[in-house]
Design a protein around this ligand. Structure first.
Ligand code: ADP
Ligand code: MG
Length: 215
């Protein structure tokens, strides 16, 4: 509730800045102040959006999902997100079997999007980001593998802490949200440093028997 109460006046402020912009004096100082207003309003809006995602007390509404199909759909939705710096070969999806889980599709999308955003922010050069769907005993695994610089131990120890960020404009709520949603799905999230470099975030969910074929 509080977050929404902050959002409304914030929208009014952002709108007013936009309307005011053309009539602000063209000197560099005024322009810079205007840029600061815009940037900080955007930052507040992002923080509130992330806070809402993190704090939303919502039980997942689960449905049987086929993992690779779901990942393909998620990619189709998020592929146009400018923050992901999309290019022709950016997202590579690998899977070799049908894999079913019980998950809330909207929340799973949120989880994957947060991991893709981090992967994209770790690779500003637009290097490929691989998604793997695979089974491991009773678990279904979804891996997001980037070719970024990796994660130093002191950062790794605090990854899932709310508000922990090493980014200038980060909110530190992405992985905390991932962690919470995975817990609510009786799953886990772990991080791995592959020998070839980069970072792998691995989601683990209980596997379910395939859904009966539709009639
Ligand atoms: P934010 O992205 O707002 O900083 P997150 O909770 O998503 O917050 O991530 C927390 C921190 O974890 C990041 O600031 C970064 O230092 C580190 N991190 C997360 N994902 C990666 C990654 N793929 N490669 C390198 N560092 C990462
Ligand atoms: Mg993030």
């Amino acid at each position: 509730g509080v977050a929404h109460e902050i959002r409304n006046p914030l929208a009014a402020i952002s709108g007013s800045i936009e309307l005011l912009a053309p009539s602000v004096a063209p000197d560099p100082d005024s322009r810079e102040l205007l840029a600061i207003l815009t940037r900080e309003a955007e930052r507040l809006d992002r923080l509130i959006a992330d806070l809402l995602d993190f704090a939303r007390p919502r039980q997942p509404t689960v449905a049987p999902l086929e993992v690779a199909t779901t990942l393909r759909e998620i990619l189709r939705v998020v592929e146009n997100d400018r923050r992901l710096n999309p290019n022709a070969n950016r997202f590579q999806l690998h899977f070799d079997e049908e894999l079913w889980v019980d998950a809330d599709p909207g929340q799973l999308r949120q989880v994957v999007l947060n991991l893709l955003l981090n992967a994209a922010e770790a690779t500003p050069g637009g290097e490929p980001i691989e998604l793997h769907a695979l089974s491991d005993g009773d678990s279904a695994l979804i891996e997001v593998h980037d070719r970024g610089p990796g994660i130093p131990p002191e950062v790794r120890a605090r990854l899932f802490e709310p508000f922990f960020t090493t980014k200038k404009t980060g909110t530190g709520l992405g992985l905390a949200t991932v962690h919470r949603i995975m817990e609510e799905h009786r799953g886990t999230v772990e991080v791995d440093q592959p020998a070839g470099g980069g970072t792998i975030f691995r989601l683990r969910l209980p596997r379910r028997d395939p859904a009966p074929p539709a009639v």
